[in-house]
Each structure stands twice: as C-alpha cells, then as structure tokens.
Design a protein around this ligand. Structure first.
Ligand code: PLP
Length: 422
C-alpha cells in the first residue's frame, strides 16, 4: 500500500493501528542493536589460528629479519606482498604499520597540517582555512577527524557511481580545497562501488591546490558478499595523468582478521611514502613485526586473502539478505523508504521520508532497538534532509537482525504516517 496516496482519514486509521503495534513492540522489552560496524564473534573465530602464530620458533621473516627486534619501518615485505594486489599498490610503495588505518589517516592529516605535503607551498593552515570534500552519506569518523583538526567539510552528493564528479571538479577549482574522502569499494554506508569513469576523473582532474590529495580509504577492498566488484587502479591512473602524488591509499585487516589486532596499510607514490616514513621515524623505531609475521603466515598471498574473505561472506550474506527481505515485505510498496542492497562492505543505507530519520531512530529507541543516530553519516552530524539511517548488521546474530529490522520497518512506517498527517 503506497502510504503517500492515502487520504487523510485513511492515514488517521492507519496511525491508530501502527500506534497499537508500536505499543506492543515496546511491551516486548527488547534490547537490540544495529549500530556496531564490527565483526561478529563467529567472524573473529575464522582467524583463531592467529592466536598461536608465529609460534615459539617462527619469529624470523623471509629476508632473515628477526621480528622480535627494532627496525623495519616500512613493514614486513612478505606481508606487503600479500596485500599489494588486493590494495592495488606496488609492494615497494606499500607501508604496513600499526593496527588501524584510521590512525594512518589521522597521521597524514596531522602531518599535512604541521609540516605540509610533498609538492606543497606550505603546511595546510598557513594558507588560511582549508577544506576537504566529503561525499555524503559517508563515514562519520572521517568527518570527526576533520572537525577535530579544524578542517572545513564540503558535502558532495553520492551517486550510484561514486561522488558527483561534476560537483567535485567544480569545487577543486578552489585552492582551499585540499582533499577528498573516498571509500571507493562498498562505500560506508551506501555500498557504492566507484565506476571506472569516476576513478579516472578523480585521477585526471585539475585542482587549484598543488598538494591536493585523494584519501582513498579502501577499507572494504576484499569484503564482498556478492560477486566481487572490480575497481579501477587509482594510483596508476593518477601517475598516468601526471599526478603521481595525488593519492593516499589506506587499508587494514581490521575486518579481515581481528578488528583490534590487525595490520594497517598505507600506499602511495615513492615521494609520499618517504614523506610519511620520515615522520614515522621520529616517533617510533619500527612497527610490531611479530603481529605482521603472524598475519603473513596466516594470509601468505592474495589467494589466501580471497579464500578467507569467502568465509566471512558466508556469515554476512544471510544478514544482508534478511534485511532486504524484511524491509521489502513491509515497505516495498509503501513509497516512504528506499535502501541499498550492497554487494559487500558492512552497511545498509536506509533513506526514509524527508524529515523522518530522527523520529524513526527515536521510535526504535523507545522500543529497545538502538540505531546509529540520524545525521551521523553527514559532516557535523547534520543531515539536511533528515532522512538517512545507517544499518550495521554484522555484529548481532541473524535472529536479532531480523527482530531489529522488523521493528525498524514498523517505526519507518509510523514516522511516515505521522509526517504525512502534518
Ligand atoms: N574506514 C572505513 C570506511 C570504515 O568503515 C572503518 C571502520 O568501520 C575504518 C576505516 C576503520 O579502519 P581501521 O580499523 O583500520 O582503523
């Protein structure tokens, strides 16, 4: 039933029915949670062998390096070789460092602000206010990072092919625009995979800032749940178009092995890699090579990574399918919601009627269903249309996902009817 075509009296009748249903939902005393974009315990179990690696005698790397000692700032070559293909970065231009790619992004922005980037006339703030382009809806922690470091954020709408490139090309003509956040594969939260033409335009476009950077956060490079989607090689394309230093590639094993104990990666041009390692060298004598060794033994090559990710996909796929089935059943022809059917990544992006997202989150919260706050997917937490909600189905069990989305769908309908009656 398309709610948007109902007459006022029909809507009022429907509202009473939905209120009753919501009351019964509240009475169930549920405690469900769709906010946590992290692996479930069964996914962590897939990497249990890591806990006994590299073993008491396994501390020597292929090149003879003793993993127990200092040094090796760029990270173990064998681990970099295993992730070179998945991240589309040549081994000698890939750095394996720390356990969090977000930390590497933060480091890059801090170093750009404090010291300036290769090819830069000065550190970022000395030239006045700086800004980054933020495709929306997007990843809240990218936005929090900018907010913390005083970098203005300019929202750019996402399309089915990635950020609206006409808008991006228009905005990079401003010199204060220094970068763009991109989650190019199974984007957070839309699940969008950037089309080849989008990647080409990002690589080829002329920017007013000589030190413009594409922050290529390829967090879900190998995290398919359906057919794996190909992604154009942005690093090579940028070099081909005369902008070899344009791209910072980030990735990690957080959602491949153990989210708190993985390995993070940075890939870029030789000049950018030397720049970052130069800064690292002042704050550490080397990364945790024992953790890198255990990862290299567990995932020795790209084929091993692929096989391992297939096992993750088997656990995640039913949850994505269930969300779609439940939403489709209740809201498929209601005319008040649309949602993504991602082929990978960790999220479903739900758009409700304009002006209703915060109300949906409130109604769900009243019924014991925790949802990511409305607006979280926009800079400063402000969704100008108040319509986007990010759903994270990985962590709860299948039954909990089903119950939570059933309740959510009711709340979407209830908020919509309230709105249509205004
Ligand atoms: N980038 C994106 C797009 C994410 O969704 C996440 C986690 O949800 C991260 C980065 C965090 O990655 P890491 O654990 O490597 O810091």
């Amino acid at each position: 039933m398309d709610l948007t075509t109902l007459a006022h009296t029909e809507l009022s009748t429907r509202l009473a029915v939905l209120h009753d249903e919501h009351g019964r939902l509240k009475d169930r005393g549920l405690s469900l949670n769709l906010t946590r974009g992290k692996p479930a315990a069964e996914q962590l179990e897939l990497s249990r062998p890591l806990l006994s690696l590299p073993g008491p005698d396994g501390h020597t790397a292929q090149d003879g390096t003793d993993g127990r000692n200092y040094g090796g700032l760029q990270g173990l070559p064998e681990l970099r070789a295993a992730f070179s293909g998945p991240l589309q970065v040549p081994v000698d231009q890939l750095v394996a460092f720390g356990n969090s790619s977000l930390e590497l992004m933060y480091e890059c922005v801090v170093d750009a602000v404090l010291f300036g980037l290769p090819g830069a006339p000065a550190p970022w703030p000395r030239e006045g206010r700086t800004a980054m382009l933020c495709p929306v809806p997007g990843y809240d922690r990218h936005f929090a990072l900018c907010e913390k470091l005083g970098i203005d954020m300019i929202p750019v709408p996402m399309t089915a092919d990635g950020p609206d490139m006409d808008e991006v090309e228009r905005l990079v003509a401003e010199e204060r625009v220094k970068g763009i956040w991109c989650v190019p594969k199974y984007s957070n939260p839309t699940g969008v995979c950037y089309a080849p033409e989008t990647v080409r335009r990002l690589a080829a476009m002329e920017t007013a800032a000589p030190d413009f950077r594409v922050f290529w956060d390829n967090a879900y490079a190998v995290h398919h749940v359906g057919e794996g989607a190909p992604l154009a090689d942005v690093l090579s394309l940028s070099a081909e178009h005369g902008h070899p230093d344009r791209v910072f590639v980030f990735g990690s094993t957080s959602k491949i092995t153990m989210a708190g104990s993985g390995v993070a990666f940075f890939g870029s041009s030789p000049a950018n890699v030397s720049w970052l390692l130069g800064h690292f060298s002042k704050r550490t004598i080397g990364p945790d090579k024992i953790n890198q060794l255990r990862h290299a033994r567990f995932l020795p090559d790209a084929a091993a990574v692929r096989a391992h990710m297939e096992r993750h996909a088997e656990l995640l796929r039913p949850k994505f399918e269930l969300i779609d089935a439940v939403l489709e059943k209740r809201l498929g022809d209601a005319g008040v919601a649309s949602w993504t059917r991602p082929q990978g990544g960790y999220f479903v992006s739900l758009d409700v009627l304009d002006g209703c997202a915060a109300r949906v989150v409130e109604l769900a919260g009243d019924a014991g269903i925790a949802l990511t706050p409305a607006g979280a997917t926009f800079p400063h937490g402000k969704d100008p249309r108040d319509r986007n909600i990010r759903l994270a189905p990985s962590y709860p069990g299948l039954a909990e996902v089903g119950d939570a989305v059933e309740g959510l769908a009711l709340c979407v309908e209830l908020a919509a009817v309230e709105r249509l009656l205004e």
